[in-house]
Design a protein around this ligand. Structure first.
Ligand SMILES: [Zn+2]
Ligand SMILES: [Zn+2]
Length: 252
């Protein structure tokens, strides 16, 4: 099979998430080694155990936009809470150039069933700061894929195919392969954006999408559906978002 070139990685964690093990500097070097040209720092929001606080996110703009030859976009992986609320205020989200959000356990939400998870994700996609839903496919939090796909298309929000969800080194496989393939098919149909991300928690994981080979090998896979396939495609997506991307504008 031809190697699939994905130039950017929109989902990475550093030591600022307590279960991340590399610094920003190490992450940038790791990305460069893999040929990844842009990474988004998406450390966990404050409701996760060991997540970062509002001071961390509000000061993130001091990190260089370019480090070791890699573009650094400052973002967050916020926690989706009851009713589709996030664990950071709009004021803090406005300090960031990229806002991802996902449902995580032990973050204080009381979402209980498929309907709750689906509605919370759809609601959060209406937040104008939101760019991407992380790991929408989770065994633990099943959703109505078609409803979420339609809402992603309407709100121009990215849905993620998350490599870490299929990492055999982890004790628990979070994803469901057939649903990830379904998401790929739905993207063809509804034309929402997909991203291929590592969800790296260590520098060597950046740009390692090999756990998603079953996606790359699928007949419905078309690199053009992948919004982070190149620097140009992801930066033009971000420019087209109807939100302030002040720091991003400076570097693109
Ligand atoms: Zn996550
Ligand atoms: Zn993550």
């Amino acid at each position: 099979m031809e190697k699939i070139e994905i130039e950017t990685d929109l989902h990475t964690h550093t030591v600022a998430s307590s279960h991340g093990y590399s610094t920003i500097d190490e992450m940038a070097r790791g990305a460069f080694k893999k040929g990844i040209k842009l990474i988004v720092l998406t450390d966990h929001g404050p409701k996760m155990l060991g997540g970062s606080d509002i001071y961390y996110f509000s000061n993130l703009s001091i990190v260089p936009d370019m480090l070791h030859g890699v573009r650094i976009i400052k973002g967050v992986e916020a926690n989706i809470l009851d009713g589709g609320k996030l664990d950071l205020s709009d004021e803090i989200l406005n300090c960031l150039d990229f806002v991802a959000a996902g449902i995580h356990s032990l973050t204080g939400h009381n979402l209980k069933n498929k309907e709750d998870y689906t509605n919370a994700i759809i609601k959060v996609m209406e937040n104008p700061y939101l760019d991407m839903i992380t790991h929408p496919i989770q065994k633990k939090y099943p959703i109505d894929l078609e409803k979420v796909a339609k809402a992603a298309a309407e709100n121009n929000v990215i849905l993620e195919l998350n490599s870490s969800s299929y990492n055999p080194k982890k004790g628990y496989i979070r994803g469901i392969k057939k649903d990830s393939i379904k998401l790929l098919e739905l993207s063809n149909q509804y034309k929402f954006k997909l991203a291929i991300n590592s969800d790296a928690h260590f520098y060597s994981e950046i740009g390692d999408f090999s756990n998603l080979d079953f996606i790359f090998n699928n007949n419905n896979f078309n690199r053009e559906l992948i919004v982070n396939r190149s620097i140009d495609s992801i930066t033009s997506y971000l420019k087209g978002r109807n939100k302030e991307i002040s720091r991003l504008k400076k570097i693109i």
